[in-house]
Design a protein around this ligand. Sequence first.
Ligand SMILES: [Zn+2]
Length: 235
Amino acid sequence: MSKFYRNRTGFLSSLTKGGGLYAALGATALIAVSLIALLFSPGEPALEVVVPSDTVGNTDSVVTDSLTELSSVSLTTSDSTDDSSQGATEDASGTIPEEDVGMILPVSGTVGTDFSLTVPVFSETMNDWRVHQGIDFLTEGQIDVVAVADGVVEQVYIDELMGLTVEIVHADGTISVYQSLSGEAAVIGGQEVRQGDVIGKSGNSADCECLVGDHLHFALVREGVYLDPNDRFTS
Ligand SMILES: [Zn+2]
């Protein structure tokens, strides 16, 4: 014990006294090597870091995926919330296929200008070529126009170009539009109508079709898109 102490003291004293230069250099070298080893040891993993960098990338994409999943989950949640909050309306309008809502002809008459959404047709009144978003039924005088299917009158108004207009929304969400009506409509907004109920009379109130004579301009709209009524008539 005392010998060890003495030796140790001797070593330390030789260092402090500068007597053991080589020993001091040796110790410094040891420390330096240790430091280098320490410096390089993180350096080696630095090579490994390149490998984990893929993992980091994957982690990012995993995080992104997770976020995407989260956002889609939240969207799904909000959707389902909307569904539940709108319940009855959605069920009434959204789940009935349009082919299940059969439509009858809205008036007795012959077809003048037919539905032509993509190919322009000549308009005698406007003296130009334009698409026709509905069907003109030419009538003998001003005669009854009927609802093509059960529904609720969405609105009754006078359109600047198309004259007296009645719109009826049906169970599948399709809106039937009756224009160029004469006199006053036989229905009011919010009124429930049954298929075949009279909603007004054909006429000549559409300024942009005034040369056509008495007629009904009939259109179908679903989700903002004009449909070909010919595809929906069952009679
Ligand atoms: Zn028309």
